[in-house]
Ligand binder design. Structure first.
Ligand code: ATP
Length: 269
């Protein structure tokens, strides 16, 4: 929590420019910037404040990145918490951390709260699934009551990410809670190229590198995979003590990532 400050100090304010592709999702999230910057304009007209936004999409498609970019664009504080952290905790710890985070976010409003992996605590309650984990249910109940507890005066928007919207407790999706949904998709070829461009901004690439070809060669890769691809290519070039990352490094790196993926798929039960 309080990471907005830390990031600003590190000079790494994320903006929409850092999010490549995902045009529709960006457009929907961008609508919240005006609200965060000028909440009084909305309140004046009696418009209800947006409260919760659910970012839905496969792993690595940029949900966290988009939430950070929204905070960066609006210039507001960013608080984040990963719901999967609570599963192993003692009963009561998750709920109290949620309460503290919401208190802090309200105190330092305007702000954004980002809850990653909402499904880890947000599964349908009382089914005995997940072993009837009390900690999980208490944490979920705390999130629900915090979202109901906004008076309407605070400029706080809660974003949450999941790749399993189907398993979420319907209580989370009621009006006033996560009632807006924004979908992120795996990138198509054009979007993969745009993501490659973002991640090669600071990488010296050789003349033989054709990003169209690289993008065409990695169907199914997420944004996170592409970031990894560029990084692995740069590492391969560094190992050879050359000054530029060449096409062969991208090829090598892509094969390595695909082989790695195949291997992890093979050992899954
Ligand atoms: P998870 O569900 O696994 O938490 P996520 O959807 O939140 O994943 P991020 O954590 O935002 O994904 O993505 C990881 C990294 O991958 C980002 O920090 C960024 O560097 C890169 N990345 C992902 N998507 C994009 C994108 N659309 N444009 C540029 N970079 C991206």
């Amino acid at each position: 929590t309080g990471s907005a400050e830390k990031e600003e100090k590190a000079g790494r304010r994320v903006t929409f420019d850092d999010v490549a592709g995902q045009e529709q999702a960006k457009k929907e999230v961008a609508e919240l910037v005006e609200f965060l910057k000028h909440p009084e304009e909305f309140k004046k007209l009696g418009a209800e404040a947006p409260r919760g936004v659910l970012l839905v999409g496969p792993p690595g498609t940029g949900k966290t990145l988009l939430a950070r970019a929204l905070a960066g664009e609006a210039g507001v504080n960013f608080f984040n918490i990963s719901a999967s952290e609570f599963i192993e905790m003692f009963v009561g710890v998750g709920a109290s951390r949620v309460r503290k985070m919401f208190d802090e976010a309200k105190k330092r409003a305007p702000s954004i709260i980002f809850i990653d992996e909402l499904d880890a605590v947000g599964r349908v309650r009382g089914t005995g699934l997940g072993g009837g984990n009390d900690e999980r249910e208490q944490t979920l109940n705390q999130i629900l009551s915090e979202m109901d507890g906004f008076s309407g005066r605070e400029t706080v928007i809660v974003l949450a990410a999941t790749n399993r919207p189907d398993v979420l407790d319907p209580a989370l999706l009621r009006p006033g809670r996560f009632d807006r949904h924004v979908t992120l998709e795996l990138p198509d070829k054009l979007a993969r190229k745009a993501i490659l461009e973002v991640h090669t901004r600071k990488v010296p690439v050789a003349k033989d590198v054709d990003l169209d070809l690289v993008a065409a060669g990695c169907p199914g890769f997420s944004g996170a995979d592409i970031k990894n691809l560029v990084n692995e290519a740069a590492i391969a070039a560094a190992r050879e003590h050359v000054d530029e990352v060449a096409m062969r490094h991208f090829d090598e790196s892509r094969d390595k990532i695909i082989m790695g993926t195949v291997r992890t798929l093979a050992i899954q039960p």
